[in-house]
Design a protein. Structure first.
Lengths: 154, 154
């Protein structure tokens, strides 16, 4: 199956890793995954500083190549929330509980453009040890590490 | 992956077949799919008559066995909208655009029960030749056949 997924992946945490793992599982052995990675100009709208695209791309590539997934992949630069997902021929978009709404929006725009709608696979966000979602913002704030472990503040 | 999916499957149409195909694709080669099939007492709440459970089960089993899916499966009797999905240990629930809300509800109840939430894979409904969804009700009404072809009324 052809699957699309996207994010800023900074830093790459266990929630992202689940999102990517599922994308390759769904794509299957002969599948293809397009991983959208936000461009710096777009990513910098976040509430905390973001490392440069090439640094994030390098971390992402290293993870994907070491994870042993059987499907092939490409990394696409995302200059907005949609990237090529509005026109591409693919089967399923992998989203989180936070980004499901963007998936619905993408399908709505695809329909208006006369493109077939795609499946939306919503993963359940990974919880940190305190039972709340792991997020880059919480890691940046120093509350948790990238595995969701509580950081003991001194 | 362990996947759950459910329905009344009467008659089994191209929309159901996509739902089932995706369930096995997502489950993967070594995966397991639990297919919930509504009991007669529950299914009969529909707006049109439903064939008996054993007839529907036989048609479903015949399709699943002939489809060549690699994963294993079991058929579970559904006496309500949830079946064992509230307590079972599984990874993803496959739903349609019509039943996504039930998936969200299942996750909410699972969370209240202290169970992990599961992924929700929403397939895009298959369209009939007139661009509207294929549905059992439309087939029963004689508008379309189980492949979504328009039935010429005499």
């Amino acid at each position: 199956m052809k699957v699309m997924v996207g994010g800023t992946f900074d830093p790459l945490h266990d929630g992202h890793k689940k999102l990517l793992k599922r994308s390759f599982e769904i794509a299957g052995r002969n599948g293809f995954v397009t991983v959208g990675l936000t461009a710096d100009g777009f990513a910098n709208r976040k509430s905390h500083p973001i490392r440069p695209f090439e640094v994030r791309k390098s971390e992402l590539t290293e993870f994907l190549n070491s994870a042993g997934y059987s499907g092939r992949y490409e990394i696409e630069v995302l200059n907005d929330r949609f990237g090529s997902a509005l026109e591409s021929d693919f089967d399923a978009l992998v989203v989180s509980e936070e980004t499901f709404k963007t998936g619905v929006e993408i399908n709505q725009i695809r329909k208006e453009k006369g493109q077939k709608k795609v499946d939306l696979h919503q993963i359940t966000c990974v919880l940190a040890d305190d039972g709340k979602w792991i997020s880059s913002t919480r890691i940046w704030n120093g509350e948790i590490d990238n595995k969701g472990r509580i950081v003991n503040k001194k």
